[in-house]
Design a protein around this ligand. Structure first.
Ligand code: PEP
Length: 250
């Protein structure tokens, strides 16, 4: 189980300090892994703060080339050098505001893998695509075009655009259908390991329902990952949910 906290362009040194201080004595579960994606400028700061806490760090994006005259960009190698384990690629905000294409995202994913970063490739349809019944085909094209040529393991985050930051989440059956399709689409190209996260308005009230859907391996959380109280409520609900499942299985 994986919880990705995407802080986007939020928080500062003081609030990051506050957040991490509240995790110092927290009893983490081995069953739920956490990765925080801070703004790039705070990666090193966060890395030094988290010390021995069982938290990974990731970049919110990386460039598709290793180095060069690309003002304002960040390379996969720099993320790696400063302790990142993961990188989010193709977030809908970057697709919309930075006009990132599937082809660009594929190149970034390939470079990330070469650099030993684990890419989390985001896909997701807008409302009109969903309402026109074209969501599955839309996601299929995104995945086929974004998937790197070679990988051992890939993480896809299904993030319907109409759900991000809106408080609306798809029906359980819609998430179930989409996650199943995503796995089938990846497996139609390769039998390598694929994990699918759900992202879009996840909070402490809906996390259990979302995690109960087949093939949901974790969540990507935006707004509700900014405050330590909300984040811990999500984390502890995920742990409780897993405990419940294990008890039933036993
Ligand atoms: C996101 O932007 O990836 C996201 C899931 O945001 P939120 O949780 O705020 O909907």
């Amino acid at each position: 189980m994986f919880i990705a906290a995407n802080w986007k362009m939020n928080l500062d040194k003081k609030s990051i300090n506050f957040f991490i201080e509240h995790l110092r004595d927290y009893k983490f579960s081995d069953d739920v892994n956490v990765c925080i994606f801070p703004p790039t400028i705070y990666i090193n700061f966060l890395n030094e703060l988290i010390n021995n806490l069982p938290i990974s760090i990731g970049g919110q994006n990386c460039h598709n080339l290793s180095f060069g005259a690309y003002t304002g960009e960040v390379s996969a190698a720099s993320l790696k050098e400063f302790g990142c384990e993961y990188v989010i690629l193709g977030h809908s905000e970057r697709r919309i505001y930075n006009k990132e294409t599937n082809q660009h995202i594929q190149k970034c994913a390939e470079l990330a893998i070469e650099t030993n970063l684990k890419p989390i490739i985001c896909v997701g349809e807008n409302l009109s695509v969903r309402e026109n019944g074209k969501a599955i085909n839309f996601i299929k094209k995104q995945i086929i075009e974004c998937l790197p040529e070679k990988f051992e393991e890939i993480i896809i985050a299904y993030e319907p655009i109409w759900s991000i930051g809106t408080g609306k989440i798809p029906h359980k059956t819609e998430i179930k259908e989409m996650h199943k399709n995503i796995i089938e689409i990846v497996n139609s190209k390769t039998k390598k390991n694929v994990k699918v996260l759900y992202g879009g308005s996840v909070n402490e009230n809906n996390i259990e329902e979302i995690l109960s859907v087949n093939n949901v391996c974790g969540v990507l959380v935006g707004g509700a990952s900014l405050k330590i109280k909300d984040f811990l409520a999500i984390y502890s609900s995920a742990v409780k949910y897993l405990d419940k499942i294990h008890n039933i299985e036993d």
